[in-house]
Structure formats: structure tokens, C-alpha cells
Design a binder for this molecule. Structure first.
Ligand code: ADP
Ligand code: MG
Ligand code: MG
Length: 252
């Protein structure tokens, strides 16, 4: 079992006026097999948390800690984080010219696991995952992110997650811009990974819609760089009914 432990995390971003504090003390524990949803209004710091876990250079951790099974994640390079078992869906958002999806996935799997996967089982695993995500087999021969539609990008993220089998996966707004069919397919992928019990999922979203398909074990509401409220799946239901208004007025 794996545990990602975030303790009193404070994060700032560099702006022209100096360092602006965005995360103001976030504490969160995620274990493999669990699904946590982070929800909250736009600008509340959800992506900042994801980028901080990913090691994005624009974000400066000013205090607090992030550990994976006791290892200091913040001291790791981006590559080391991936090898340690962290998967961050926003990690490769750019086009990778001349690299096919197939080669990209195999390279990533080799980098993360430390050895090249056996070709026969690998080809079968890729095909199975692509079928489950209703992806055409021709997709494997396309260049990464080149001309991908929004839905293809999201499916590609979930495909990576399924094949890399991370300990903890952070999915930031994986649901935004998806039509209902794509949303269902992507959600099924997340649920498969979760059922394996090997992976903990941190699902970051502004929208409550995806939580009709993915039932989180824990819900954390982000407001102004802090967790304003925590609960079980019933909290997601309440947010769907009521929105974020009462948090915003309470904080004003
Ligand atoms: P969310 O993902 O919840 O919408 P973000 O983490 O993207 O929120 O942003 C949180 C706050 O930090 C916002 O007020 C945003 O304007 C600010 N912010 C994020 N990145 C930067 C940046 N590079 N420069 C200045 N402000 C930033
Ligand atoms: Mg604090
Ligand atoms: Mg965001």
C-alpha cells in the first residue's frame, strides 16, 4: 500500500510584484485504492496543488512537506517523482514532435519501471486498454498530442495512467470539455485503475458532473488556497445541488 502525505503545504508563485502566496497550508493524505476529489471555485488553488506535486518550476514551496511512503517528494526531480510512482496527468501537455503514442507509452513505461516491458504482453496490454477506452488502434501511430481533440487528449492521459500503474495519480480537470460519452469512458478508466487497489486517485475538478460516474471516498473543498470543508461522497452531492456560493460569501 502507498501513501501520499501532504502536510501544511504553503506554495507561492512568482509574479512581477513578488511572491504571491496561493496555497496557505494544505494537509491531505491519500492511500492507494482510495479516490479523493478536490473541488472548488476557479482560482482557489487546485491546479497549484497539482503543479506543486508535479514539481513545476514556476511554483515555490515555502513550507510544509509532501512525502510518498515517507520519501521526500519535494526533493525529487520530475523524473524521480514519476519513477517513485506518481502520475500527473498534466505532465506532458505539449506536442511531442515525431514521437508516436505507441513509442511514447513504451518509453514512459520503461523509464518508470526501470526496464523495457516484454513486447508480447505490452502489445496486448496496450490493445486492451485502448479497446476499453474505445480508442481506434490507428491512434497508437499518431504523434503525441499532435492535432488531438480535447477528448483524445483526455483518453490518452487515462491510457497512460492505466499502463503506467502509478501508486498515486493526480488528474487535474480531466473532465473539462468532455461530452457525456467521453466523460463516461474516461470515468470507467479511472474506476478500473481504482478497483485494482494499487493506485490512489486525486481527482481535481471544478465540476460536480464527473462525480456521477466516479464516486469519491473523500471530498475536499478548496477555497482561497485552503481546504474549507471535507466529507464523504454526500458532500459532492451537496455541491452539485448548491454550488460554491456559500463558501465564497463566507470567505468574503
Ligand atoms: P484553480 O486551479 O483552482 O482554478 P489555480 O491554482 O490555477 O486555481 O490558481 C490559484 C490562484 O493563483 C489564482 O488566483 C491565480 O490567478 C493565481 N495564479 C496561478 N498561477 C499564477 C501565475 N503564474 N501568476 C500569477 N498568479 C497565478
Ligand atoms: Mg500554515
Ligand atoms: Mg485549475
Amino acid at each position: 500500500m502507498a501513501t501520499l502525505q501532504i502536510t501544511d503545504l504553503h506554495v507561492g508563485v512568482e509574479t512581477e510584484e513578488g511572491t504571491k502566496e496561493i496555497l496557505k497550508g494544505v494537509t491531505l493524505t491519500i492511500e492507494s485504492g482510495q479516490t479523493h476529489a478536490i473541488m472548488g471555485p476557479n482560482g482557489s488553488g487546485k491546479s497549484t496543488l497539482a503543479y506543486s506535486i508535479a514539481g513545476h518550476p514556476k511554483y515555490t514551496v515555502t513550507s510544509g512537506s509532501v512525502t510518498l511512503d515517507g520519501e521526500d517528494v519535494l526533493a525529487m526531480s520530475v523524473d524521480e517523482r514519476a519513477r517513485a510512482g506518481l502520475f500527473l496527468a498534466m505532465q506532458y501537455p505539449v506536442e511531442v514532435p515525431g514521437v508516436t503514442v505507441s513509442n511514447f507509452l513504451r518509453t514512459a513505461k520503461t523509464a518508470v519501471s526501470g526496464e523495457a516491458p516484454k513486447l508480447r504482453t505490452w502489445v496486448k496490454d496496450v490493445r486492451t486498454s485502448m479497446d476499453q477506452l474505445r480508442m481506434d488502434s490507428a491512434f497508437a501511430d499518431r504523434n503525441v498530442n499532435e492535432g488531438f481533440s480535447g477528448g483524445e487528449k483526455k483518453r490518452h492521459e487515462i491510457l497512460q495512467m492505466e499502463l503506467l500503474q502509478p501508486k498515486i495519480a493526480v488528474l487535474d480537470e480531466t473532465d473539462s470539455g468532455l461530452d457525456v460519452d467521453a466523460l463516461r469512458v474516461v470515468s470507467e478508466g479511472v474506476n478500473r485503475v481504482r478497483e485494482s487497489d494499487d493506485t490512489g486517485v486525486l481527482l481535481i475538478t471544478h465540476y460536480t458532473r464527473i462525480l456521477r460516474y466516479i464516486r469519491p471516498d473523500h471530498v475536499h473543498v478548496f477555497v482561497d488556497g485552503r481546504i474549507a470543508e471535507e466529507g464523504g461522497p454526500e458532500l459532492a452531492d451537496r455541491l452539485e445541488a448548491e454550488g460554491y456560493d456559500r463558501y465564497i460569501t463566507a470567505g468574503a
